[in-house]
Design a protein around this ligand. Sequence first.
Ligand SMILES: *[C@@H]1O[C@H](CO)[C@@H](O)[C@H](O)[C@H]1NC(C)=O
Ligand SMILES: *[C@@H]1O[C@H](CO)[C@@H](O)[C@H](O)[C@H]1NC(C)=O
Ligand SMILES: *[C@@H]1O[C@H](CO)[C@@H](O)[C@H](O)[C@H]1NC(C)=O
Length: 977
Amino acid sequence: MDEATEEKRLRSPEPPPYEVPAYPRRPRHRRPFARSIVSIRTGLSFVVAASVLWLCYAVDRQYRTGRRHEDGEASSQLLQRYEDALAQCRELGRIPGRPQPGTRRSNPRWTPTNGQTATTILKNATLFDGEAFLSYAVDIVFSKGLVEAVHKTADNVAIVSDDGVVELDVQGRYVTPGLVDMHSHHFLTPWPGTEVGDDTNEMNPDTKAFTPMVHVLDALKPYDEAATLILSGGVTSSLIIPGSANLIAGEGVPVKNALYSGEHSEPVVADLLLERGVPASERRRYMKFAFGENPKGVWGYTRLGNGWHLREHLQKAKELKEKQDDYCAAILETRHCHDSHKASFIRQSGKFPFQLELESTVAILRGQVIVQNHNYEPEDLETMLRISHEFGYRVAGFHHATEAWQVPNLLREQGGNVTVAIFAEFSLYKQEAYSPSLYAGHLLDKHGVPVAYKSDHVIGLTSAKYLASQAAIGYAFKLPEEKALQSITSIPAKAIDLDFRIGYCRPGFDADIVVWDSHPLSSGATPLQVFIDGQAQLDESQVKQSMGTTFTAARAGDETPVIKPQMRYEVDDEQRESICSQAYGPGQSFVIDGIQKAFVDNYPELAASLAQVDDEPLKLIVEDGEISCLGSAAMCAGAESEFEAKGKKALRLSLQNGHVLPGLTAVTRALGLTEIATLDGTGDGQVSSQKIGDPESLVYAKYGLWLDGKEFARARLGGVTRAISAPLGDASGFVQGVSVEYVTSGKRSLTKGGIVRGDVALHLNLGDATKSSEGSVSNGIHHLRKMLENGKGKDNGTVYGRVAAGDLPLVVHCNNKYDMAQLLLVKKDFPEPNIVILGGKEAPYVAKELAAANISVILSENRPAPDAFREKDAVVGPPLTRSIASYLKEAGVTFALAIYEPSMPVDYRIHDLGPEAGWAAKYAHLSEEETVRLVTSNVESILGLEKSKDLVVFEGNPLAYGASVVVSFHADAETDT
Ligand SMILES: *[C@@H]1O[C@H](CO)[C@@H](O)[C@H](O)[C@H]1NC(C)=O
Ligand SMILES: *[C@@H]1O[C@H](CO)[C@@H](O)[C@H](O)[C@H]1NC(C)=O
Ligand SMILES: *[C@@H]1O[C@H](CO)[C@@H](O)[C@H](O)[C@H]1NC(C)=O
């Protein structure tokens, strides 16, 4: 890739400039207070006139008797103050307007100078419209940034327009509304991140945990390149909110993810706003609340203090609100009086009661601000509802809410339609998130609680680009198809009160539209084109280069547009009972039918005999824990009758789409070494004294390993039977220590076969982490060279000696291309060591050299984020660039695949190893066999491990979301500790 292409890569082609039009006024809902004023004025004019007269008389008398000496001298200044106060009172209960969905005739972001020019028709779309899939193909007509019509394709409706008509035939491809993310921090903390870029939390000793007076608008960076990545995942609208350090954190704002979309294509914050073109007084307001661990940890409170301080603050606002209401009731009664009475009112009552620091909180109490809460645990959800009821405001969304699935009835009965905005999988990283359920979406939905998925974008693992994949995972775990798609479109749109503009692809909605390459809930689904306000955002040539097709290109044979992705197979209770009553553990016999595919590299004899089987379902017979046959029904007939002749009892299973694979081998972040990433007490602990070359200070994972925990359960869920973990080491430090290989079954102890290999590899962190122990990256490289120099030609038996001699792999966690180039130079001078790169965000830049130098890659960055400066040139993948895996394959690099979260020691996603390999394969065009090897034999061969003899039987395709493990066979593990 040349520099210019790289430079262009993150920016979409610059659309023509925009301009801001006026927003059409809308009928608006008034609050009860305002309504009573209106009805008195219009309905009961006689009585009103009479009472006004009486009131003026009363005021007048008071005025004449008390202030006679100022008679007639109402100053213009006082009158001006009176008018100002009256205006403030009239605005008091005002709520932004909300047209009936479908009645809008224009998009306020559109302008003639830089908006969508020609009317566009997407022909022959398979449309999910925000609520449901339409049962027929449609033509979607949009003009000036607004969807105008959705016609049946079969009706062949002719469209004419003065502006011209562009017809784009999408040939049955899936189309959805632009996705809506109701929780993101991009623009606040831009990518690539630096030490000074973060403006997410206002941590001020004066205001402490209450910063409702701050507004993210004052901190947005309208050049954040992450926005382009995010839109490339189909996310067109995002609610940007402050972080969760404070109990009330500040106001948020909704944006559209189109950079430089203003009139002059400059980085201007106002141009980002979803409500661009809407008068400021008509815009919606959003407030972020947080409760639980974060404000507790930051300000030294307990939950007791959290609750008290929140009430104390709300009480202050409530008192101010009451003062305002009393004041306004009084002033409104004098509005027909003589000027002198008005002046007198101001003299006596003063100005409208106002405190800038409480303005937002009072507005919350008036229902003018949409409240979004950060909470995890059930008791925190309950507390926040209790407090909201005490003070009379509504919570629109509970965010994160990892444990909300435990209290769906509480939420339904007391939540007032609160939307629960969750992660599909991210959890287990803190105590609050330690009791998650992968079925949370399904469980909440089943109880009538609206569910949204959201990103929390800013660290790489929460990249908003992959919002759709969260819905896909929710679907795989049984959230119904249309609900899963609603969870990233109309449900979050409703939770931020913009579901008359976004979240749907229907007439009268903004023309934010995504054309997908496959079913949007399938693993690896990627947009082929994204429209924001009717303007295409993706560069067709980038899409073509990265995905091999475009949204209007003729459909290739391998595109399977109307195949629904798989959902996990679940046995019903009766089946479960009957199976479990038969199962009797190790040595069990099985007869399993309906196996559609078997990849059994680890059993060469079986693989060879399977090569002769045509396309027919296979049978697997396991006798007393040993495989006695895997083959066609005919091939296994003998074994089966022999087996039956012995009168043996077997568990019989009939599968629909059975798959047999070797047990997967995961290179983990910290499995077995810490249970809750952020809690030291749940882990092995960290050391910071390891010095490269000094065997004395080296840390070994094998001495701190535990063999059970919640992440082990997730590993088994994904068919991962073996794992490799390096020590926690120093969270940031050059030497991480020596890794261990072990079994994940949870059925073997440390003393009896739990550990497969005690010393797997020496792990180093090359990059920013190097600096904390070595001072600089350069010093790290210098010390690495010195260590290898010392050990040159003589294996002195220590770990470092073995590494220098190439007897033990040197796994270097590394993402930057220059750091990788340093490793290439090291390899040139020291050919013996077996250098393996773990990470690989920028590996494509040096892929050919890596292949030539025989440096393999364990790709843990299949979908990387350019989140740190040192990783700013990460190859971000389709639809913006080709994928890393495709470059590695093309260059002939030996590579495997891992899931490894650099930012925290957590393996919450370990069960996705198969689907992640499938995702990598999709754009690298790997065969299924090659794909399976990425997470089995390639890991073993790169690290020089013994081939695992474990086998796992899945219902469903384990290279996509939604497969479930039926049985796994763990071969005996040897120990070599
Ligand atoms: C719409 O697309 C489908 C799938 O490619 C195709 O079979 C059908 O003929 C198309 N219909 C029209 C009217 O072009
Ligand atoms: C919840 O939603 C239902 C259905 O839309 C509506 O009738 C009800 O008024 C809502 N309740 C609240 C408290 O908003
Ligand atoms: C063994 O060799 C390594 C690798 O060069 C070196 O760092 C270490 O100091 C040596 N240790 C001993 C005890 O000789």
